[in-house]
Design a protein around this ligand. Sequence first.
Ligand code: FAD
Length: 310
Amino acid sequence: AFDVLVVGGGPAGAAAAIYAARKGIRTGIAAERFGGQVLDTMAIENLISVPHTEGPKLASALETHVREYDVDIMNLQKAKKLIPAARPGGLIGVELENGAKLKAKTVILTTGARWRQMGVPGEDDYRNRGVAYCPHCDGPLFKGKRVAVIGGGNSGVEAAIDLAGIVAHVTLIEFDGQLRADEVLQRKLRSLSNVKVITSAMTTEVLGDGDKVTGLSYKDRNSGDVHHVELEGIFVQIGLVPNTEWLKDDIALSQRGEIEVDVRGATSMPGVFAAGDATTTPYKQIVIAMGEGSKAALSAFDYLIRQVPV
Ligand code: FAD
């Protein structure tokens, strides 16, 4: 059995595995896709002390660093069930989709999240070429340009306010007849001169020149008319979905499906910790996931040294 079994191989999982292995305890990491969301991005300019890197390069650096230690890496393995220990301090089970059952004294859940997509023509083609999902990450790339934000909930309106300070112009597009963000955010948004809000609008297509985004089309849901907007960037803010469906019967999740963690990364199940985008910890970012993953590993170690041998 493992002392620490990490589920998930993104920045949070890699950090947790390294911190655990450095304690000289038996560490394993099972990941559906080692590297995580980092594999889906190109330019990364906010990993502090690394002014510029690229997603695939960072993903391979994460793996190289984990391989410096004696960590049992199980890549392309998806966990489907978490089984609580039969007695306090006993072994926790993790069942994989391939049928294997892993056992560990502690488990660290770092299964991350995925951005909900619009699912319209052009979105996939222009991902990272104008279509973006993270204003904290990619906002500065659109300095002085025109962008749209898709989604008028809290994250969409926050993104529009944030981007309005960087870009030339923001068009916020909301499907519903009205914005759904908190009133205080809406008031702030209305005070900005370079933001236009369009409601009752369904984005129908991302337009581009073969190389990068040049605009979008939306349908006015009242009149049925289709309109085009010329712009250089589109920030999709219609939800970040945590990869926690498989945990819902066993671990306390928030209303949004995020794993509830305390300040030490502990979950509702004894011996099980969690970190990164899958948790209630705010601001889904690489440095934050790495810090939280490290913290969860130290918490798991602290839990282990307090177990009395039976
Ligand atoms: P993830 O990276 O999501 O990793 C989750 C891991 O768990 C993966 O290995 C996955 O395969 C695995 N997994 C999921 N379910 C299971 C399961 N059931 N069993 C086993 N394994 C499972 N952040 C920045 O700080 N700067 C940026 O510039 C930046 N740009 C981004 C651009 C894009 C396009 C995207 C999508 C995100 C970007 N982010 C950026 C956000 C950043 O990638 C995430 O905050 C970070 O990757 C979260 O790390 P994580 O380890 O918590 O989760």
